[in-house]
Design a protein around this ligand. Structure first.
Ligand SMILES: [Zn+2]
Length: 531
């Protein structure tokens, strides 16, 4: 066996991608993403029953949520005797055990468990994805399992409780950023100094190889900016990994260029996502159509409040609503988290910079709360201090705003008097509910909207409402065209609940399909035998 591939997540499920690729001939190991498996996590945990922080990695290891490989993890998060609690522990003989993590994009089902990884493991990703990780870590809940870019090592006390340390130096994970030109000064400055208590080292640029193994990367179209696909030149030929991709978003030309390049490359093994393989019944819709539909609704709502609800890192959607704000002469009121993300991304992409600088149409919503987070304070004191709006201002002229709210902010609408929100329009620009909990949340949101006297559009369960969302994932025909063009020797279906659908779809093409099973150990994980 020359090249071995073990799936620790991302097979027979959507997301949770965690692949370990081992080129035995060159003795190089590379991780392809290290995401959280919401399916496996949800099998054991909910909002109230969560992994115990006081016990470091014990819960995740004992439940098989992360690979049982001691050498992979931060040394301060586990104790040696625990390996007896973990089934089928695999000890990697080499030092370093793994040479790098190729991180495809900034969604948690691809990067969520990076916080557990040992601190010297290089993270190879785009500047945009690195920035998303930093912003999510800083603006989210402060827990050790969200320390994706930097952390202060924890300490075990005599009772075996993992204690956070307030003193001592921060450890910064070594990022190797994928870039074809010098990184912009503005970004480097932001990376080193945001938020103010950081003093991060300058990130390196990716040298094009991991421990001598050539690695190439391509930008792809997905519902978060900064996404890439990778190909590694292994002993058995090119092993290609799509991450998540689609062919109908604003960056569709990237995915098409990838298809052409990979067709010419000669791919031996293709790990290809198949999220939407299970027959998406609606007609394909593009981001342009989403923008058009939302624009029409906003125009019809003249004089009334508009709320735009979209996924926090779907910056493409944010840009769509910015265009709508300009065309309807409204002001887009962003949450502080959105502003923090835009400030990070602005030096990397001129469109985001334009949005940020549009003082006429972009403001920050200042919700009344008793305490501000540390990272928020500079925003309210700095340039944004003159660009905030409060509920009082919105109440005076609700028709002048588009509020970027979601279920998690919907209670802030109670600050508006009934007259200001009456007959307002709530644009739900999100995906359908994928599990029971999301379905319950969606029902809660409907209850809120009805109670507030507003009208909801874009409800994914209402076939008659204008559609306000387009999938982040390729439609079935695009996927089949892609694989047929690339013509790998072997296809490994990933990121799908129905990998067997590929069998019929690829009939007669001569492309072999290799199904991997979720293996939490080297012994049970199905490995791929290269030719
Ligand atoms: Zn994904």
């Amino acid at each position: 066996m020359v090249v071995e591939l073990v799936a620790y997540g991302g097979v027979n499920e959507i997301g949770g991608n965690k692949f370990l690729l081992h080129d035995r001939e060159r003795n190089v190991r590379v991780l392809l993403d290290f995401g959280t498996s919401f399916q496996r996590y949800g099998a054991f945990f909910n909002e109230y029953l969560q992994p115990r922080t006081a016990r470091g990695l014990l819960d995740a290891l004992a439940l098989g949520l992360i690979p049982p490989i001691p050498q992979l993890y931060r040394r301060d998060l586990y104790q040696d005797e625990w390996w007896e609690h973990v089934p089928q522990v695999t000890h990697l003989p080499d030092d370093p055990p793994v040479h790098g993590l190729l991180l495809s994009h900034g969604h948690r089902d691809h990067f969520g468990d990076v916080a557990y990884l040992r601190e010297d493991l290089p993270i190879i990703t785009t500047p945009i994805t690195a920035a998303i990780l930093r912003v999510m870590q800083v603006t989210g809940q402060s827990r050790f399992d969200t320390q994706w870019t930097h952390f202060r090592p924890r300490r075990w006390d005599e009772k075996g409780i993992s204690q956070a340390q307030r003193q001592g130096s921060l450890y910064y994970r070594p990022f190797q950023l994928l870039t074809t030109a010098a990184l912009p000064e503005g970004f480097l400055h932001w990376w080193r100094t945001w938020p103010a208590d950081l003093d991060a080292p300058v990130p390196q640029s990716f040298p094009g190889e991991v421990a001598g193994l050539p690695v190439r990367w391509w930008p792809v179209d997905h519902s978060v900016p900064g996404g890439v696909a990778f190909a590694l030149k292994t002993s058995i030929g090119w092993v290609a990994y799509t991450g998540d991709l689609r062919f109908h978003g604003a960056q569709a030309e990237h995915s098409r260029a990838l298809m052409e390049d990979w067709a010419n490359l000669g791919v031996a093994v293709l790990l290809c996502e198949g999220t939407r393989l299970d027959g998406y019944t609606h007609n394909p819709i593009t981001e342009d159509q989403v923008r058009e539909n939302a624009l029409n609704l906003a125009k019809k709502a003249a004089g009334r409040l508009v709320v735009a609800d979209f996924a926090p890192r779907n910056v493409e959607r944010l840009v769509s609503f910015w265009h709508i704000a300009r065309e309807t002469d409204r002001r887009l009121a962003l949450q502080p988290k959105d502003v923090a993300l835009l400030e990070a991304l602005a030096p990397l992409d001129p469109t985001f910079d334009q949005v940020l600088k549009d003082e006429k149409h972009v403001v920050m919503y200042d919700d009344p709360k008793a305490m501000r987070y540390k990272w928020e304070k500079p925003l309210y004191q700095g340039t944004w201090s003159k660009r905030t709006v409060t509920h009082r201002e919105v109440a005076r002229t609700p028709g002048e705003y588009i509020l970027c709210f979601s279920l998690w902010d919907v209670n802030d609408l109670l600050d508006l008097p009934a007259g200001a929100r009456q007959d307002g329009v709530y644009l739900y620009a999100n995906s359908r509910a994928y599990d029971e909990e999301q379905a319950v949340d969606l029902q809660r949101l409907r209850n809120w909207i009805r109670h507030l006297g507003m009208t909801m559009y874009g409800d994914p369960d209402d076939p008659h409402t204008p559609r306000l969302h387009t999938s982040g994932h390729a439609y079935p025909q695009d996927l089949v065209d892609f694989v047929c063009q690339v013509r790998p020797r072997v296809l490994v279906p990933i990121h799908t609940e129905q990998p067997r659908l590929w069998v019929d779809l690829l009939k007669g093409t001569g492309i072999q399909i290799r199904f991997l099973h979720h293996g939490t150990s080297w012994v049970h994980g199905t490995s791929f035998k290269g030719r």
